[in-house]
Design a protein around this ligand. Structure first.
Ligand SMILES: [Fe+2]
Length: 371
């Protein structure tokens, strides 16, 4: 039984210039990033590489349509390496452009086309939480299916995951909040996963510990205190990525997928809506599962009685990333049952990674409770 692996080489640089000196970015590179990062960090320094800004092609989370548009632009561009600098969306796209066959993306995701790696891949996170630089997963909104799908394949592992805390200095607070919350969810869901091992639990618990201690610091000293610990948040995101690449995500991520694809709710915000409701569902239906050891761990971290751990956790998160009910995002109550059914048919793998196999009625109840 293979119980733990970390595939990409991990490099750490204090400054972006050290990264460019090491990798000598040039004309045989395809750079994928966002406008702000390009303008701030390298537009004047790296002029020879082909540059792709995904938001130039369509708005919102990456989709199969966006991949098609980008592919049409670069299909005659020769490149040896794909270098992505950005958040999870940028890295999701970059992983696909390291493959031999890129479109139709739906064929790749439904495994009716071969997933074959043909280019180098260097992933540099510029948010602190998706952990995508470590994982072999690409998530894409499939327009025709009205949901996000995940492609998991070892060909999607980066050659290098490069951590540069300096990049986080210009990250707006809203992105900081939703990306660190994503990391927290990765820690929690991988810890609760039936696929967890003692090795993954180390990373899961460390992720939870680092994010929550950071949140407590922010709650006590204000939002700007985060700038003193950017390296910690960056590491927490990568630790969470290591945990989910081995133990997987679960029900919270499954329920978040239709909200992201249909209503453009940012990934971390969608997780925030569902987080406490799903954990309370576990407390109700499987109280003797690992939810018990999780709440014991949380009660130590939060210095509160175990039976109050989820409430105390939610109150702390509320100071960082306030909860907004689903209806404020334009979700119709009549949509919820459709989403619940799509989760059962399209995201069984994520449901299998949960400590409890929810029925359709359970999923409906969770959605309604956060509506
Ligand atoms: Fe996530």
């Amino acid at each position: 039984m293979n119980c733990f692996s970390v595939r990409p080489n991990i490099l750490y640089f204090d400054h972006f210039d050290e990264f460019t000196r090491k990798f000598l970015i040039g004309p045989k590179d395809l750079l994928i990033t966002n406008q702000k990062i390009a303008d701030t960090w390298f537009r004047e320094k790296i002029k020879t590489a082909a540059l792709i800004i995904p938001s130039d092609y369509s708005e919102g989370e990456p989709s199969d349509q966006m991949v098609e548009y980008i592919y049409n632009d670069i299909r005659y561009t020769a490149y040896d390496r794909v270098i992505a600098i950005g958040g999870g969306s940028v890295m999701d796209i970059a992983k696909l452009f390291s493959l031999k066959q890129i479109t139709p993306a739906l064929d790749l995701f439904q495994k009716s086309a071969p997933v074959i790696r043909s280019h180098g891949l260097i992933l540099v996170p510029a948010t602190c939480g998706t952990g995508s630089e470590i994982t072999n997963i690409s998530n894409l909104n499939m327009i025709s299916l009205h949901t996000k799908l995940g492609l998991t394949d070892d060909s999607l592992y980066a050659d290098y995951a490069v951590l540069i805390p300096e990049l986080l200095k210009t990250l707006p607070y809203s992105y900081f909040a939703i990306s660190t919350f994503d990391a927290l969810c990765h820690g929690v869901e991988s810890y609760l996963s039936p696929a967890a091992t003692p090795f993954t639990e180390l990373y899961s618990k460390k992720t939870i510990d680092m994010v929550l201690k950071g949140y407590m610091e922010i709650a006590a000293r204000g939002l700007d205190s985060r700038f003193e610990s950017l390296d910690n948040y960056l590491l927490a995101g990568t630790y969470g990525g290591i945990a989910i690449s081995n133990a997987g995500c679960g029900l919270i991520h499954a329920l978040a997928h239709p909200l992201g694809s249909q209503h453009r709710i940012p990934h971390g915000q969608a997780l925030r809506i569902l987080f406490t409701a799903v954990l309370k569902c576990y407390e109700t239906y499987v109280p003797d599962s690992k939810i018990r050891t999780l709440t014991a761990y949380l009660s130590d971290l939060l210095n509160c009685p175990q039976q109050n751990a989820l409430e105390r956790l939610d109150a702390l998160i509320q100071t960082i990333l306030p909860l907004q009910p689903l209806k404020t995002y334009g979700v119709r109550q009549t949509d919820l049952h459709t989403y619940a059914r799509s989760i059962q048919s399209l995201h069984q793998k994520l449901l299998n990674n949960s400590p409890y196999q929810p029925t359709l009625k359970n999923i409906d109840e969770i959605y309604r409770s956060v509506y």
